[in-house]
Structure formats: C-alpha cells, structure tokens
Design a protein around this ligand. Structure first.
Ligand SMILES: Cc1ncc(C[n+]2csc(CCOP(=O)(O)OP(=O)(O)O)c2C)c(N)n1
Ligand code: SF4
Length: 298
C-alpha cells in the first residue's frame, strides 16, 4: 500500500502496447490491484484485448478468457457457475472487462440476463466513448458534439447529437445489487468502490471513465487533468447505487463544460450555442441525480 492508500502490488506487466496515456489500461490496473491474484478476467474484442491481452500473449498476471464481442457477461456467468460447482467461488473473483461498445451496445442483453440471474460477477465497463480499436467509430456512449470517424465534421448534423445512453440507469432498472461510476483521476474513490464489489454477493456494475488520447485527440499527458474536469464539470459524476440507494461521492460541480471541451480535438468544431445546450443538458442531469439521492435516502 502506498501513502495515498493505493495497493502497491501490480498485476499488469510492462510490454503491453496500449497508447501512452491510455485510461483503459489504468482502469484495469487499479481494478486488479484491489481484486488481486485470485481473479479470472474475461474480455471481448476491444482495445484491451488488442493491445494487452490478445491470445496467446497477455500482459496480466491473472488468467484471461478471451470471449466473443457480445458475450462478456455470459462468459463471466459461465466462469462463475463453474467455480461455484467446483466449490471455488468463495476465493475467486470473476472480472468481466469490456469497452463501451461491448457493454452498452452489442453486449447489453447478456448483462441484462446476468443481473437477472444473480450471477456473482464484477462487471467493469471502461468507457472511452467510441469503438476505438476498430478506428474510432461512434458508440451509444459517444458524448454530445464529439466527432468520430462515423460522425465526421462537415456534414449537416455531422457530429454526435444524441446524449449518452445512461448505463447506470439501465442497470439500476434491473435492481442491480451494486453499481458505481469510477474515474482513474480519483484513485482513492476508485479503489474504495472496487473494494465494495468484493463483498457483494451478486452482480456489481462499474462504469469507468477511460480517457483516450488517440480517439479524443489531446496530448497524452493531459489525461488525468481531463479526467478531473469530467467530474468537476458534472459530465462524469462520481456516484454509487447501493441496493437502490444513490450516493454522490463528489459534489463539487464547480466548472463549466467548456473547460472540458476545449482541451479535446473531438470537440474543437462546436459552436458556442451547441456548447451552451450541452451545459444545460449536464445541469439538468445533475439536478436529476441530486433528486435521486434525496429520494432514495428518505
Ligand atoms: C460480433 C462482432 N462484431 C464486430 C466485431 C468487430 N469489433 C471488434 S472490437 C470492436 C469495437 C470495440 O469497441 P469497444 O467495445 O468500445 O472497445 P474499444 O475498442 O473502444 O476498447 C468491433 C466493432 C467483432 N469482433 N464481433
Ligand atoms: S485507442 Fe484509446 S483506449 Fe485504445 S489503447 Fe489507445 S488510448 Fe487506449
């Protein structure tokens, strides 16, 4: 454990080929630091398996089952059931690790089934807000106004004009046991939440912010700052849903979305008017979140 309270043991080796400053790799690194060596990871086609875990090589010191794109939660359910039958579930964590495309788009029905069936899985969606390893195509997690290769600038409505699908609301509607958002720019909060998932008997869902210099077009050294701005602007609030109760973990929403947008090439083309609309949207979502916290804690 270092002085900041982050476990010092590493389960990611050097020699992976993630881009410098990759947030997704940091998400996995922190998650494994907390879960430890008795963890089995399953992951689909995505940046992570492309750069860090592609069969037969892996940069992790724990086992990896490489699954088909839409099957992460189903594969994790199978691993969990097998461990249970063998009497080994008590001392092993099953970590399902997938990108936003593999989670919120193609993999969503497997998640729905796994929550409903009560599988004891820790599901981490690392959200880099596009299909990155296949060339930065838009996903349902691509934020308002962002350009991607499928939403290029130049056309009428040539950028993302629908807000992100809210995965936390979707898992909450399944009465998931525990769900939380995490951001690698806030490592202590991150670690506390993964610690909590270890005690949950059933499905835990973690929606992890994963900054991506390549897809978002900013210099790699700005990742942690961009991550902090995402939370300080309310664009990526930190909160948890613990057996139905909402708890906001960071309430200092002090900055305007322009502070976050102006650092990234994917937002460079936007008009002041569009950014104002985004600001109004973020403010409304923040108010809704405050109300959910108030109502569920009465
Ligand atoms: C059924 C199926 N459809 C499409 C693909 C091609 N494919 C592989 S990875 C990927 C994108 C993954 O995006 P995401 O889950 O967001 O992860 P990221 O690449 O951003 O890490 C796609 C479309 C596939 N492997 N299988
Ligand atoms: S494209 Fe983005 S998510 Fe993929 S390895 Fe590079 S920085 Fe990481």
């Amino acid at each position: 454990m270092n002085r900041a309270g982050v476990p010092s043991e590493e389960f990611i080796c050097s020699g992976h080929s993630a881009c410098p400053g990759c947030g997704a790799l940091l998400v996995l690194r922190y998650a494994l630091k907390v879960l430890g060596k008795n963890t089995i990871v399953t992951s689909p086609a995505c940046c992570f398996t492309a750069v860090a875990g592609m069969f037969p090589d892996t940069c992790m010191k724990v086992p990896l089952l490489y699954n088909a794109f839409e099957t992460t939660a189903a594969s994790a359910s199978g691993i969990e059931a097998a461990l249970r039958i063998k009497g080994k579930k008590e001392d092993t964590y099953v970590l399902a690790f997938a990108g936003d495309g593999g989670t919120a788009d193609i993999g969503i029905q497997a998640i729905s089934g796994a929550i409903e069936s009560g599988h004891d899985i820790i599901y981490v969606c690392y959200d880099n807000e596009a299909y990155m390893n296949t060339g930065i195509q838009s996903s349902s997690q691509t934020p308002l106004g962002a350009t991607t290769t499928t939403n290029p600038v130049g056309k009428e409505d040539g950028w993302k004009v629908t807000p992100k699908k809210n995965m936390m609301d979707i898992v909450a509607a399944h009465n998931v046991k525990y769900a939380a958002t995490v951001n690698p720019s806030y490592p202590i909060d991150f670690i506390k939440k993964i610690e909590k998932t270890k005690k949950v008997k059933g499905f835990s869902y973690i929606h992890a912010y994963a900054f991506c210099p390549t897809g978002w077009r900013y210099p790699p050294e700005l990742g942690l700052e961009i991550g902090r701005l995402a939370t300080e602007t309310g664009i990526f609030p930190l909160y948890e849903i613990d057996n139905g109760k909402y708890n906001i973990n960071y309430k200092k929403k002090t900055k305007d979305v322009i502070e976050y947008y102006k650092l990234q090439g994917r937002f460079k083309h936007l008009s002041d008017e569009f950014v104002k609309d985004v600001q109004n949207y973020v403010n409304r979502e923040w108010q809704k979140l405050l109300l959910k916290e108030e109502c569920t804690n009465k």
